[in-house]
Write a protein that binds this ligand. Sequence first.
Ligand SMILES: CC(C)(COP(=O)(O)OP(=O)(O)OC[C@H]1O[C@@H](n2cnc3c(N)ncnc32)[C@H](O)[C@@H]1OP(=O)(O)O)[C@@H](O)C(=O)NCCC(=O)NCCS
Length: 159
Amino acid sequence: LFRNADEGATMEWRRGEFRISDEARDLDIDFVHGELAATYWAEQIPRVVVERSIQNSLNFGIYSAKRQVGFARVVTDHATFAYLADVVVAQPWQAQGLSKWLMEVISAHPRLQGLRRWVLVTADAHGLYEKYGFKPLLKPQSYMEKADPDIYRRAARKF
Ligand SMILES: CC(C)(COP(=O)(O)OP(=O)(O)OC[C@H]1O[C@@H](n2cnc3c(N)ncnc32)[C@H](O)[C@@H]1OP(=O)(O)O)[C@@H](O)C(=O)NCCC(=O)NCCS
C-alpha cells in the first residue's frame, strides 16, 4: 500500500543504533498517526488522512532497530519546490540530535536538489531549521495562504 511514489531505489542512512530510511513501506503508520494526532498542528488528524499524505509524499522514518522513533515528509515536485511537513521525534528520543541528522539527510537527498524554493511552517522550532538554511519570509506581503487549522476538530467533516 505505502509504496514510494517513484518506485525507484530507496535510500537509508545509519548512525549508531539509528537508521533513517525514505522507504515508505518501512513506516509504522500507527506511530506516525499517534505522534501527529498529539501535535499542535495536526491534533485529531484521522488515520486515513495520514495514510493519504504518506502515499503522496517523500517520507523519512527514523528507526532504532525496527522501532520507529521519528518522522518527516516532504511534499514536492522534485524539480522546483518542496514543502517540509510533520517533523516529529518521539519524546524519549528527543534532544540527542536526531532531528538535526534528519534535516541533514533531507537537505542532501539527491531527489531534493536544485529546488527554487523550500517552505515550512513552525510555531517554535525556527532555530532548528535556521541551521539548514531556512529564514523568515523575506517578503511576507507576497505570501498568501488558504488555511483551515480546525479542520480535524470538526466532527461533522467527512474524510
Ligand atoms: C522539535 C523536534 C523535532 C526536535 O527534535 P530533537 O531530535 O529532539 O532535536 P535535536 O536533538 O536534533 O536538536 C534540535 C536543535 O534545534 C534547536 N531547536 C530550536 N527550536 C527547537 C524546538 N522548538 N524544539 C526542539 N529543538 C529546537 C535545539 O536547540 C537543537 O539545537 P542545538 O543542538 O544547537 O541546541 C522534537 O522535539 C519534536 O518532535 N517535538 C514535537 C513536535 C514538533 O514540535 N515538531 C516540529 C514542528 S515544526
